[in-house]
Design a protein around this ligand. Structure first.
Ligand SMILES: N[C@@H](CCC(=O)N[C@@H](CS)C(=O)NCC(=O)O)C(=O)O
Length: 205
């Protein structure tokens, strides 16, 4: 059975929701960030990166949210969580998810994880000040050019919507002005109303 290592309010929420939307049989195991469990010897054996998500599969451990989401979509095709029959559309979905992973999420990480890039307190403060601007710019691009509507890929709900919803949980905390992102906010509300999403949010609360 699939097993997801997660921590609440993190990017692992996307993988959790995808498993639920897919109707997969899975278990979850919480990683306690307050106790720095992600860097414990035991967890580093699961994921040497010291991060969540990590999905244990029959084939081995899978990390990196875009890869985990694509794996879930491909493993449970009946759930139609990605355009699996259209090579280009699938690549577009991957492009969207890669943008969230490599640009939007990394911009967000400068708020809490500045020590990855600098050592001076003044550098951390500077990075934090930039968060509304850098995270806001990434979301502005999604709002203007990437979210086709009603769902990210157009008419069909997909892993892209799950991932965008997960990143959009951080908007208020990152100080981004919601008034500038009406489509993203409307999208977030519609994803939040899905039964699978409600169930996962309750499970992680
Ligand atoms: N590129 C990875 C990023 C994973 C990642 O950074 N996860 C964060 C939570 S959102 C984490 O585990 N942070 C723990 C730490 O930095 O100690 C992905 O998309 O899965």
């Amino acid at each position: 059975m699939l097993k997801l290592y997660y921590a609440p309010a993190t990017c692992a929420l996307a993988s959790h929701i995808a498993l639920e939307e897919a109707g997969a049989a899975y278990t979850i195991e919480r990683v306690d960030f307050k106790a720095n469990q992600q860097n414990s010897a035991e967890y580093l054996k699961v994921n040497p990166k010291g991060r969540v998500p990590a999905l244990i599969t029959d084939h081995g451990v899978l990390t990196e949210t875009p890869a985990v989401l694509a794996f879930i979509a491909q493993s449970f095709p009946k759930a139609k969580l990605a355009p699996l029959d259209d090579v280009f559309a699938f690549a577009q979905a991957q492009a969207f998810n890669s943008y969230l992973c490599s640009t939007l999420h990394v911009a967000h990480a400068h708020k809490m994880r500045g020590y990855r890039w600098a050592t001076e307190e003044s550098s951390f403060a500077d990075m934090k000040r930039m968060i509304p601007k850098t995270v806001g710019a990434s979301f502005a691009l999604v709002e203007r050019d990437m979210l086709k509507g009603p769902w990210v890929m157009g008419e069909a709900f997909s892993i892209c919507d799950i991932y965008l919803f997960t990143m959009a949980q951080w908007l208020e905390g990152d100080g981004v002005d919601l008034a500038t992102l009406p489509k993203v906010v409307d999208h977030r509300n519609r994803v939040a109303a899905r039964p699978a999403v409600k169930k996962v949010l309750e499970a992680e609360a």
